[in-house]
Design a protein around this ligand. Sequence first.
Ligand SMILES: *[C@@H]1O[C@H](CO)[C@@H](O)[C@H](O)[C@H]1NC(C)=O
Ligand SMILES: *[C@@H]1O[C@H](CO)[C@@H](O)[C@H](O)[C@H]1NC(C)=O
Length: 473
Amino acid sequence: MLQAPGVLLLLCLGATNALYKQWIPDTNYENKTNWDKGKVPCGNDVVVFPAQGKVSVFVETTHAVQEMRLPVDGELILNSGAGFYVLSGKDPACGAGATVQFQDSESLQWFNPAMWQAAATQNDFQLGKFLFSVHEESVPCQQDDVVFKALSSFRVDTTSSQSTIPVTSVSVLGKSFNSKSEFSEYLSTRTGQMQFHGSSAVTVGNPGCGDPSGCDCGNSVNHQLICSTVQCATVSCKQPLSPMGHCCEVCGAIVTIQYTVGFNMQTYRERIHHLFLILPEYRSIQLGVSKVFKSQKLLGVIPFSTTPEIQVVIVDGEEGKLSEALAQNIMTDIRSHGSELGITESEFQASSGNSSDPSGGNAGMVAGIVIAVLVLIALVAVGVVLIQKGVVRLPPMPTIPMPSLSSFKGNTDVGDLGGTIDRGFDNPIFDHPDMLSNNPGLYGTESQSISMRQTGVHFINPVYDENESDFTV
Ligand SMILES: *[C@@H]1O[C@H](CO)[C@@H](O)[C@H](O)[C@H]1NC(C)=O
Ligand SMILES: *[C@@H]1O[C@H](CO)[C@@H](O)[C@H](O)[C@H]1NC(C)=O
């Protein structure tokens, strides 16, 4: 219902509350972290791509190699002017020469917060102006624009419990996709399949955030998956805080804001930045603003509704003193300008144990709990009476079906091996893999060459059943 005016506003103001999320790792030939020796191979080296690796490698320039062993199924994307050559002699600058292997990037997960960096504009990535967010929001939100660096390739595992990962747009190799059909077409290309693997499909074209007060990230459904990739540091403060959407306890402060019409997330984010974060004393501060849905709980146990509120998480990597000072400053700013900003109420909590004391806050809470307890007792009493009188009958206890061991096994088999088995003999030189089996002659003659396409070079090593078979360039 609120969607339509939201979209209108978005068009009028041109302001979205979505962020750009950029995938950090790459599968570039020139990135030394991608090689097992920690260096890019040079002219005396034997370059080895693991046989079973399915990887799309971006090559930016020309490289000398001694010998190159290619995987069964893989792809080199050559930048214009890039290529390989073999030296007639030895390269004196290269040392004795060694076997240098391309690192495996199979296990890099979309839902790992450490793999992403966030920024308000795409230009901010170049400037190194990254935004801090809680773990759930470090991974792309449904209204975010996802960026894979231009002149770069990658391999990302999208496995999750959901069938799709909706985002607004995805930009790959410098091309931005925001049409659902165009991107799913890209995903079905060889390059797309090597870059994105795993059970969930990334879908683009999700509407951006039309609500000026911000939108829900949508990643709470994947909270467990996200947190399974996070290692929490031990915290040493008196009362560690647990921000919503974060996987770890932190030392610092949280400001919680209730808002009304007129609150604008982006304006407020910028306000905090200009008023406080640019000050030298706050240089070490990390601050994340997000809309969260706090569930209202009866007696602190039974959830009955959720209300949106704005959560400002402040951490300083220390015990939280600096964060507390900043939280106090933010509270002061809200006290004097809150009504202009659309803020109705705010409170803070610090890991020192200090917190704001909204007038009568505690008394109100105690009264609330007492009333809730009374209501609950009354409900139970009424229920018992009704059951005794036979007016209400207890439903039979529901039974929870337990998955059998065999069905578990079946699932893992499909997940882990299905893809590999299916594509084991796929030859990327040919657009029609069926042709292969029909033309054994072609298979033989073409197998020793690298086929070039506009977008890159596809290689295949069909004689790979002999492990030793090398491809010398
Ligand atoms: C090389 O890869 C690492 C890890 O994947 C990444 O952090 C780094 O930014 C990359 N280097 C460049 C120059 O892109
Ligand atoms: C709590 O707040 C008070 C008053 O603002 C301040 O003096 C004190 O240092 C704070 N406590 C801690 C442990 O930071």
